[in-house]
Structure formats: structure tokens, C-alpha cells
Design a protein around this ligand. Structure first.
Ligand code: AMP
Length: 112
């Protein structure tokens, strides 16, 4: 069964799309945890970073590059946070790899 992100990529469900190219899509998170909260999602399914393979090296790098560009385009000059949740204990709720880009407020450390 396809995930919510696959349905967004396939155009079956609408989303607030910020950026899209042949390899990835960037959307606003529907339940933002910061003033800026976007998700960078590869179009080709990788369930989670722990299941990535050597074949995924290029797209993994691309996701971070796009995340940085998105943060810059939002003028997050004071800083921002990139998060990848992996598995149940990591807080993952959608088993389709995605990079969270959070900003617009000061982040705390350690994360919860
Ligand atoms: P994670 O918990 O790391 O798997 O992140 C999944 C994220 O997807 C959560 O922050 C959700 O708020 C977000 N999310 C779930 N459904 C949607 C949707 N339809 N559009 C945008 N974001 C979504």
C-alpha cells in the first residue's frame, strides 16, 4: 500500500508544494512544529535512511542540498534544523524517507 507521500508524489492527494524536480518534492508539513517546517521527499521510494543502499548515494546528497537551498530561500539566516526520523524509536510515522527542515525559532538540544 502506498504511503501518504507516494500519493502526494503521484498527484492523488494535494499538498502545498514548494519545489519539485524529477527526483524530489518539497512540501509544507501539514502539522508544522516550527514557523517554517518543510519536508524534502525523494520521488523514488526509500523507506528510511537505515534501508538506503549504495545506489541511493546521489539522491541522499541531493536531499540535503535541496534542504539547504530551501532554508536559504526562507531567509533562515539565524539557523535552522534538519531532521530525519528513522523507525519507531526515531519518531518516524511515514515509511517513505523525508528530510524535515525546521526554522523560524530557536531550537532546543537535546531533542526530545
Ligand atoms: P515523520 O514522523 O518523521 O515520519 O514525519 C512525517 C511528517 O509528515 C509529520 O511531520 C507529519 O505532520 C507530516 N505529514 C503527514 N501527512 C502529511 C500531509 N498530507 N501533508 C504534509 N505533511 C504531512
Amino acid at each position: 500500500m502506498s504511503t501518504i507521500f507516494q500519493k502526494i508524489i503521484d498527484g492523488e492527494i494535494s499538498a502545498d508544494v514548494v519545489y519539485e524536480d524529477s527526483e524530489c518534492i518539497v512540501i509544507h508539513d501539514v502539522a508544522p512544529q516550527a514557523p517554517i517546517h518543510m519536508l524534502v521527499i525523494p520521488k523514488r521510494l526509500i523507506p528510511r535512511v537505515g534501508l538506503a543502499t549504495e545506489e541511493d548515494q546521489q539522491i541522499l546528497g541531493k536531499l540535503l542540498l535541496v534542504a539547504g537551498k530551501i532554508a536559504n530561500s526562507e531567509n533562515l539566516d539565524g539557523g535552522f534544523r534538519i531532521v530525519i526520523n528513522n523507525g519507531a524509536d526515531g519518531g518516524e510515522s511515514v515509511p517513505h524517507l523525508h528530510v524535515h527542515v525546521l526554522g523560524g525559532r530557536a531550537m532546543k538540544w537535546p531533542p526530545g
